[in-house]
Design a protein around this ligand. Structure first.
Ligand SMILES: C[S@@+](CC[C@H](N)C(=O)[O-])C[C@H]1O[C@@H](n2cnc3c(N)ncnc32)[C@H](O)[C@@H]1O
Length: 338
């Protein structure tokens, strides 16, 4: 039986343990990690509120981010090589990073996972516009690098709801009962020989009917074809038939919590989308820089198994609280200290 596991350890030891002792090589379907970003800062935590202010004098240090430059790239690379061994053939990894170090990470990840497995560089808008007095443009985004282990990763197409503006733009017409719709051609590029006639019409030159003529006849009987005054037929597509629009690679709606319980805590809904899209219900999700356990909670709430690793006492404490807030008791998972 699969287990949920929280490991307090340096993640080199934790990842090695998962592979060698727990025999989980090739068993993890999804990894989300949000490691330090080589900021040369300490991140502190106070009694009631986490601080993301670098070098804050208040509170105790939850974690330090002092490994820099090429040493930092080597630090992450070692962990990614172990993660790759744990990933299943249909597995994916999302690495959260920033605009300063992210491009070096991209080049290194191309080497570890293969450029052919690079899927996206997702822009995550992390905060509202800022008015810092620095020479340069304000930075409101970070990046999430998404790779798969192989050519056919788990993928449950996420869809976004249409906004009112989208509906007005994409479905500009309304029928008698007020339903929004648009129309699309019933023919597509590419010629066929001797096409069948539909209502005495053949497709325009260089085009073919989108579907067989019997289906076109049926659409017409059901009132799903709109005829223009000049006799041009088009298929009616109702807004209500469409579940939503394809998600693009700029994500605006997942800003960080305003009052984090842990420094640099990430938005739960951000990870919820990743979990839903890139794992199955029987998948195991791993975060080996788990901080306050945001990934673990998102995985648990979606019915996935999860494994978290962090070396910080504060992180483990915050994770236990966050899991408890989702109704997950310490008896529901295995706690290991290496
Ligand atoms: C940016 S925070 C993660 C925040 C997390 N995504 C959240 O939502 O709370 C990075 C975490 O990585 C942990 N970490 C850094 N180096 C580590 C290592 N070598 N082994 C295990 N954990 C490490 C830190 O203790 C810290 O909690």
């Amino acid at each position: 039986m699969k287990e949920n596991i929280l490991i307090k350890a340096d993640n080199i030891d934790g990842l090695t343990y998962l592979g060698d002792e727990l025999k989980l090589k090739g068993a993890i379907d999804l990894v989300y990690i949000d490691p330090p970003f080589a900021t040369n800062c300490d991140f502190t935590i106070t009694e009631n509120r986490a601080s993301t202010i670098s070098n804050s004098k208040k509170g105790e240090v939850a974690y330090t981010d002092r490994i820099l430059g090429s040493e930092f790239i080597r630090f992450i690379r070692k962990r990614l090589e172990l993660i790759k061994i744990l990933l299943s053939d249909k597995g994916s990894i999302y690495l959260h990073t920033d605009y300063k170090i992210g491009h070096y990470m991209k080049v290194m990840m191309d080497e570890v996972f293969g450029i052919e497995n690079f899927r996206n560089d997702i822009t995550r808008v992390k905060c509202n516009p800022k008015n810092f007095k620095r020479t340069g443009y304000g930075n409101i985004k970070d990046m999430i690098l998404f790779y798969s282990k192989g050519p056919r990763p788990i993928w449950h197409e996420p869809l976004e709801k249409y906004s009112d503006a989208d509906l007005a733009r994409l479905f500009p017409k309304t029928d008698k009962s007020g339903r929004r719709y648009t129309t699309v051609p019933i023919h597509a590029p590419g010629e066929t020989n001797n096409p069948k006639k539909f209502k005495g019409l053949t497709p325009p030159s260089g085009r073919h009917w989108r579907t067989d003529v019997e289906t076109l006849e049926q659409w017409d009987r059901e009132g799903l074809i709109e005829w223009s005054p000049s006799g041009n037929p088009r298929k009616i597509v109702y807004a209500s038939e469409r579940a939503g629009k394809r998600v693009q690679d700029i994500w605006y709606q997942f800003k960080d919590p305003q009052y984090p319980v842990y420094p640099t805590e990430k938005n739960m809904d951000l990870i919820d989308r990743i979990v839903k899209t890139s794992s199955n219900r029987d998948s195991t999700v791993l975060d080996c820089f788990c901080g306050s356990g945001t990934t673990l909670k998102a995985a648990a709430l979606n019915g996935r198994n999860w494994i978290g690793i962090d070396q910080s006492d504060f992180a483990v404490e915050a994770t236990l609280k966050k899991l408890a807030s989702a109704g997950i008791a310490p008896t529901d998972f295995k706690m290991i200290e290496l």
